[in-house]
Design a protein around this ligand. Structure first.
Ligand code: FEO
Length: 390
């Protein structure tokens, strides 16, 4: 892949990772990803914004083949998919200095062993002249690490945001053209790593509100030359109001829990409540995370095994707690053989969420008519709670 011009003297110089299918050994990447670096040539200074994942250093180096000098390398974020090729680039450009937020300096030394004398910290709001172009640094912390910042190219009105507004999507389209596909990938990305920081992301959105932006250039996925598309999506995802949706992550061993789940879906459907159901025996965790962005209620379906919830349910509920969605209500349904502490264990895992627990329905063996009536009651209770979201 060769460099691609965005504006005169402003270039995309990243790497498209079509084949990557897992990130952080955790997050599924059904559509691959990209690591977007950018090159800006001012009349006096040349700057590289971020690097690429170390597995694709060779792509970046090939793009920089004819670049004789780089004065500065801006590290927006220390995570290795953007900073991992920094040591190689610093080796090639021996006089280049690294510009990073004050919080990022020690992290860069800790994670990549970059020599202290190669690093210059920049303050929030500080500017840097490249001659005919000006860069302004804007701290946008916790998207999704504490040190992250963005850079605004004043003359061209381009905001480089690193992970913020990014999407795990391998495409050779420079700009977001297939809106529904990019929306899906960006929402998945937000759900998987940004959602726990919803409150501070709202503050970051407020911080960039008055900046005139022609292009948002993130470090994953395509750029946005209609910035309001992704900004409005983020405003929706980070808003406090959930939607009239129930997410049901469940697993069933001998069909009893599944019967309860299907009955609940039927009852919720009659009440015009949208449902997203996930069988945890073969779940795409990214899709589950995406569904949690908007859901007002989560109902966990689990059998009792080894005196507690099924281990796959434990994994999903751990993620639910860690991702801190805006969910307001939680309940548990499922079947047990003779006893156990399923409910107590699950309640003890939801320490991060400010949710109301709706009356659980845990039944012995195969659900009977009374048990199904209890599920109808749960559905009615959810419908009552959801009135304000309809
Ligand atoms: Fe794309 Fe947090 O790194």
């Amino acid at each position: 892949m060769k460099v691609r011009q965005i504006m005169p003297d402003v270039y995309w110089s990243g790497a498209i990772d079509w084949d990557r299918r897992l990130f952080d050994s955790l997050i599924p990447l059904p559509d691959g990803t990209s690591y977007n670096a950018y090159l800006i040539k001012g009349t006096e200074k040349t700057v590289l914004l971020d690097t690429v994942d170390p597995s694709m250093s060779y792509v970046l180096l090939a793009q920089l083949k004819d670049i004789q000098n780089i004065d500065y390398i801006i590290v927006h974020h220390v995570e290795q998919d953007h900073s991992g090729s920094l040591p190689i680039v610093l080796e090639k450009y021996k006089s280049a200095k690294v510009l990073i937020s004050t919080r990022g300096k020690d992290m860069l030394i800790d994670h990549l062993h970059i020599p202290q004398d190669r690093i210059i910290t920049v303050e929030d709001g500080e500017t840097l002249s490249l001659g005919d172009k000006t860069l302004r640094f804007i701290y946008t912390p916790w998207v999704h690490w504490p040190e992250t910042m963005s850079t605004y190219l004043v003359e061209d009105k381009i905001l480089f945001t690193c992970d913020f507004f990014g999407s795990h999507l391998a495409t050779n389209e420079l700009y977001a053209r297939d809106k529904s596909r990019v929306y899906e990938a960006a929402k998945r990305y937000y759900a998987e790593i940004m959602m726990p920081f919803r409150g501070i992301i709202k503050k970051n959105l407020e911080k960039i509100k008055d900046i005139e932006i022609s292009i948002i250039a993130p470090s994953h996925g395509p750029l946005y030359d209609e910035p309001e598309f992704i900004i409005e999506a983020y405003e929706d995802w980070t808003s406090d109001k959930p939607k009239n949706t129930v997410v049901i992550p469940y697993i069933s061993m001998h069909n009893s829990t599944k019967i309860m789940v299907e009955y609940l879906i039927c009852s919720l459907t009659q009440k015009d409540i949208r449902v997203e159901r996930f069988d945890l025996a073969s779940v795409d965790l990214g899709k589950l995370a995406m569904s949690l962005v908007d859901a007002a209620t989560v109902v966990v379906g689990t059998p009792t095994v080894l005196a507690g919830p099924h281990p796959n349910v434990v994994y999903a509920v751990y993620l639910l707690n860690a991702l801190r969605p805006k969910t307001r209500y939680v309940s548990v349904i499922g079947s047990y053989g003779w006893g156990g502490k399923t409910l107590e264990i699950l309640k003890g895992m939801l320490t991060n969420l400010k949710v109301e627990l709706l009356e659980p329905v845990l039944v012995k063996g195969l659900p009977n008519e009374e048990d199904l009536k209890a599920i109808d009651k749960l559905a009615s209770s959810i419908a009552e709670k959801h009135k304000e979201f309809s």
